[in-house]
Design a binder for this molecule. Structure first.
Ligand SMILES: NC(=O)c1ccc[n+]([C@@H]2O[C@H](COP(=O)([O-])OP(=O)(O)OC[C@H]3O[C@@H](n4cnc5c(N)ncnc54)[C@H](O)[C@@H]3O)[C@@H](O)[C@H]2O)c1
Length: 442
């Protein structure tokens, strides 16, 4: 068993640390936020992620938390799991990565620095060069990108589709591969630049599928097809598969928006215009705004209308508000002069939703509302078809931004319902004979 040090106690760092502790390794996680470390030292997870509290308790002897980077001395591998947010130019901001490297403790033997943060292709080369310049040639370097999804992060870590290990030196790649012993997944051993690119390309492809099905949904609306049926039929094609074919109000979160921009910038910095990715990003931006048009279709001007936003986190299962579509929606509605009443079971948006009224329950949010928009697919919103909700609303209008409700059930429950891409055609029978004859006569 190894001793593993981790920079960053965010989603990736904490889940990586706990999962390695579960595998039997000794782990020290270092963060720079005192409240985060304090919570962890008292056994409390600093954010909402299913299973995290239990996993912390289970591993309290094998995992330690610290603010002091020197406590990572003596580790065999040091994982960098710090944030890489976008800069104004759209490039990835690597300042936290460089700070972590500046803070590496002293080593008297070979250790491996492992990059788990999502970084531009070429970062490994730069870090390798910086290590050499600082006389740290005994520090190995491995790119080991992470693919977990928030909301099921612990499960994703132990049941990954693959583990990517890009190394300069064979012994370093082997050492990192060995840490994952006990996890049954294909290992992709490759060079560092390709490992970095695998992460960016995988995310870009997933976003492409989302924007693709969203555009299909928009065409479905125009021509009278139902995108959920279309996606089912398309997804059964084994060459395509069913994943990431759910139409909705667009992707958000801490990864997709920033990683797509970073890849687009990376390409353009190298002289290549990544047209497809540019379109994927633009489609996503427009998709978030289509809900406004749907509301206008039913309500006309939105000034003075009360709109309930059900769900604020960028997806169900997390309290992460980074780049959540709810932020764009709320600010567009407020700009139109609407009153926004918002509810999420776990996310606490704070200033991000300035101007909106935060409610303690979905029922409270829809009270007196002219429309309810399902923004995040929390299972509890299946309950909004209850007569209690319909009666509480000023108008029983639901815009289902996640297609989580059944349109027929919603209409039967007395709601005006509109999802995304679900204007299915229905043949209502030919007109009565006389009418028909008159029609044929022209
Ligand atoms: N969140 C995801 O679903 C996910 C999935 C795959 C990959 N990633 C990538 O992993 C990286 C981390 O993402 P995250 O969501 O965990 O970020 P996060 O913002 O939740 O956590 C990053 C943590 O690093 C800490 N930190 C900053 N500087 C530090 C330093 N010098 N030493 C130690 N800690 C430091 C921050 O205080 C913060 O707690 C990003 O590059 C992201 O793109 C994220």
């Amino acid at each position: 068993m190894a001793r593993i040090g981790i920079f960053g106690a965010g989603w990736v760092g904490l889940v990586t640390g706990i999962s390695f502790a579960d595998l039997g390794h000794d782990v020290v996680v270092r963060d720079v936020q005192p409240d985060r470390i304090d919570a962890l030292q008292h056994g409390r997870a600093p954010f909402h992620e299913p299973g995290l509290d239990e996993a912390l308790e289970r591993n309290d002897r094998r995992i330690a938390f610290t603010l002091d980077a020197d406590d990572l001395a003596g580790c065999d591998a040091l994982f960098v799991c710090v944030g890489t947010p976008p800069t104004y130019s759209g490039d990835a901001d690597l300042s936290a990565v460089w700070t972590a490297i500046d803070e590496l403790p002293a080593f008297d033997r070979r250790v491996v620095l492992v990059m788990k943060s999502t970084v531009p292709v070429g970062t490994g080369e730069k870090v390798r060069a910086a290590l050499e310049t600082r006389g740290l040639s005994h520090v190995g370097y491995v790119s080991n990108p992470e693919f977990l999804s928030e909301g099921r992060a612990l499960d994703d870590f132990v049941h990954p589709d693959r583990i990517v290990v890009g190394a300069y030196a064979e012994e370093d790649g082997q050492a990192i591969e060995a840490l994952y012993e006990g996890i049954d997944a294909p290992i992709v051993r490759t060079d560092v630049a390709s490992a970095e690119m695998i992460k960016l390309a995988a995310n870009a492809f997933l976003m492409t599928r989302i924007s693709f099905i969203n555009e299909i949904a928009n065409v479905c609306e125009a021509v009278g097809a139902d995108v959920t049926e279309v996606a089912r039929g398309v997804g059964l094609d084994r060459r395509l598969g069913p994943h990431f074919l759910r139409a909705g109000i667009g992707y958000g979160g801490s990864c997709f928006p920033k990683d797509s921009l970073a890849l687009k910038q990376l390409a353009s910095n190298s002289g290549y215009h990544f047209q497809l990715l540019s379109a994927v990003i633009e489609v996503n931006e427009l998709q978030k705004r289509r809900v406004i048009q749907k509301l206008q279709k039913y309500l006309g001007k939105l000034r003075g209308r009360k709109v309930a936003l059900l769900g604020l986190a960028f997806k169900a299962g997390t309290d992460d508000m980074r780049e959540a579509p709810s932020i764009v929606l709320a600010s567009r509605l407020l700009a139109e002069g609407s009153e926004v009443r918002a509810y999420d079971p776990v996310a606490r948006p704070g200033e991000l939703l300035q101007g909106a009224v935060l409610c303690g329950s979905a029922l409270e949010a829809v009270r007196g509302a002219d429309a309810a928009v399902i923004v995040t697919e929390w299972p509890e919103f299946a309950g909004v078809l209850d007569p209690e909700y319909r009666d509480a609303m000023a108008r029983p209008l639901i815009i289902d931004g996640r297609n989580m409700l059944d349109p027929a059930e919603a209409r039967a429950a007395g709601f005006t319902y509109e999802g995304i891409g679900r204007q299915a055609s229905s043949f209502a029978g030919l007109p009565e004979t006389e009418e028909r004859e008159a029609e044929l006569r022209g």
